[in-house]
Write a protein that binds this ligand. Structure first.
Ligand code: NCD
Length: 314
């Protein structure tokens, strides 16, 4: 049985149907409304413990999860630095040890695809995937869906029917792209992946999206563009940064050709001047900082939903 069928985990979005994805999105709504603060007198996760286990660099995702857990009243412990993984302990041994300390939820990031799922098979606590290799980054997919829904006033039903979203750049190396495609297509949006053939092969169409190598041809019809970094640390390569920027950078000239009301997104970290011009990142279409803010609300909702599901089942 895939571990995702137990809703105490959030391992990926590809295995979730639309109602499950909408339930995770709806779980964040009270925290978006309350300006990212808990609103109950009794914080929902008081006396619970959330551990972050990051075996790969991260600033925003780790701090976003930590802030989310703290806002819900949980204790937060970061086990990423100095962990025994560097001494040869296996991922599952480390996770079991953490669990034996009565941790309620583990937030895991690892360079190996499937790491969070592997851990989830060996522990009783909740596991939330904060990025596994090139595979999935489910809370990023949810926060991107929230950002688009909010920008187009669809946040009551999370129905994205009629909207078209471009994901631009290194799709092959991107777990964000995989989670975005799953979330957005399940919610009814059309997704088009855009990039050079080496980073955006036609085979991606199997994920339910369109694939093109011609950014300029599709740009004027897009309602949202999500710009991605080239994941050099995951083995992606390009021959020339200058040629790449020529074909795929969201420059000011390109941003001027976008539809009225169309929005610009980026999961971060950004390489200003490569995939996105600085003026566009900071410009009027940009929702990049809104993505960061909504990320906290989405993680609050996800932590609460998973921990509640586990406690109901006990
Ligand atoms: C993304 C990631 O780690 O997959 N970043 C993030 O979560 N903020 C995207 C990236 O690394 O480019």
């Amino acid at each position: 049985m895939p571990a995702d069928t137990a809703s105490r985990h959030l391992l990926g979005l590809q295995s979730l149907d639309a109602p499950r994805i909408r339930a995770f999105l709806a779980a964040a709504a009270p925290y978006v409304r309350s300006g990212l603060m808990g609103e109950a007198d009794q914080p929902p996760l008081a006396s619970r413990t959330v551990a972050t286990l990051f075996f790969e660099d991260s600033t925003r995702t780790r701090s976003s999860f930590a802030i989310a857990a703290m806002r819900l009243g949980a204790h937060v412990v970061d086990l990423s630095t100095g962990s025994s993984i560097s001494k040869g302990e296996t991922l599952t041994d480390t996770s079991r040890t953490v669990e034996a300390m009565a941790v309620d939820a583990l937030v895991v990031r690892d360079e190996a695809s499937g790491a969070a799922e592997l851990i989830a098979r060996h522990v009783d606590c909740c596991v939330l995937n904060a990025g596994d290799g090139r595979h999935e980054h489910p809370t990023q997919g949810l926060l991107d869906a929230w950002t688009i829904a909010e920008a187009f006033a669809r946040q009551d039903e999370f129905d994205l029917d009629g909207l078209e979203v471009g994901i631009v750049g290194d799709i092959s190396g991107s777990r964000v792209a995989r989670s975005d495609i799953a979330a957005l297509t399940r919610l009814g949006a059309r997704v088009v992946c855009i990039g050079p053939p080496a980073l955006c092969p036609g085979s991606l169409a199997a994920l339910g999206c369109e694939v093109t190598h011609d950014f300029d041809a599709v740009l004027p019809r897009l309602d949202a563009v999500q710009m991605l970094r080239i994941q050099l640390e995951r083995g992606s390569t390009i021959a020339s940064l200058r040629d790449y920027a020529e074909g795929y950078q969201l420059s000011e000239q390109r941003a001027d050709r976008m539809k009225d009301g169309a929005i610009v997104m980026h999961p971060g970290p950004m390489n200003r001047g490569v995939e996105i011009a600085s003026a566009v990142a900071d410009g009027p279409r940009s929702r990049i900082l809104r993505q960061v803010a909504l990320g906290v609300a989405v993680r609050m909702g996800a932590l609460e939903a998973c921990i509640e599901a586990r406690e109901r089942a006990q």
